[in-house]
Ligand binder design. Sequence first.
Ligand code: BGC
Length: 266
Amino acid sequence: MQPLQDQVALVTGGSSGIGAGVAKCLAQAGAKVVVNYSSSAEGAQQVVREIESEGGTAISVQADVSQADRVQHLFQQLFDVFGTIDILVNNAGLQKDAAFVDMTLDDWNKVISVNLTGQFLCSQQAVKEFLRRGIVPERSCAAGKIICMSSVHEVIPWAGRCNYAASKGGVMLLMQSMAQELAPQKIRINSIGPGAIQTPINRSAWETPYAKAKLLNLIPYNRIGVVEDIGKAAVWLASDESDYVTGTTLYVDGGMTLYPGFATGG
Ligand code: BGC
């Protein structure tokens, strides 16, 4: 028996990086997966093909998660195909880095609207369905599970990325407040706080030997993460194995949040 057997999962931003890895891990655990994407139809289709080639079930659906009407449409397509939703992974996110004094309002708004407002809009649609449907004991002892993809930067300030750090700090209290409000309805909401996971979003931090060596100084466990590190955590948080866990951030970061500078100083 697979831990997510017969459950329906939506992964936003599932066409690349952490989202693609999470989508595949959830499918391997038995979930039927909706791979949402914003612009890379080909990337999303590739993830769907890989899931299908392993015997899983998946579809891809386009939607910009920062737009309320697009999010409604995304959920409508999910309901048309799979009927209901059990697991939402709020993964879609991006960076638009700039020094604070140079950051444009557009760069600020874009990051906040995808990374934070997108999580609000998708969570609201999922929670409406969880409340309408309630618990289905054959599938899970919770009425629904939400996993917010946050970052170590929900607690680590990040110069040159004020918009991104603010969005992830916002995700932390959005997640905790939703979890507090919805726990009595048996809806579990948690975050994953990835550290440096090797994906396109942080290519410049690992692609040269010099950059990689500098990055490893920030990771006590001394390796860069892979998307499967996050996928395995997502499967656990989505499954009944974590039934008593709600309102927490699970940092999957090789120790990046442990103030590595203090290992030799202070
Ligand atoms: C960022 C990456 C960065 C990592 C660790 C993530 O949230 O998106 O660019 O490498 O945090 O700093």
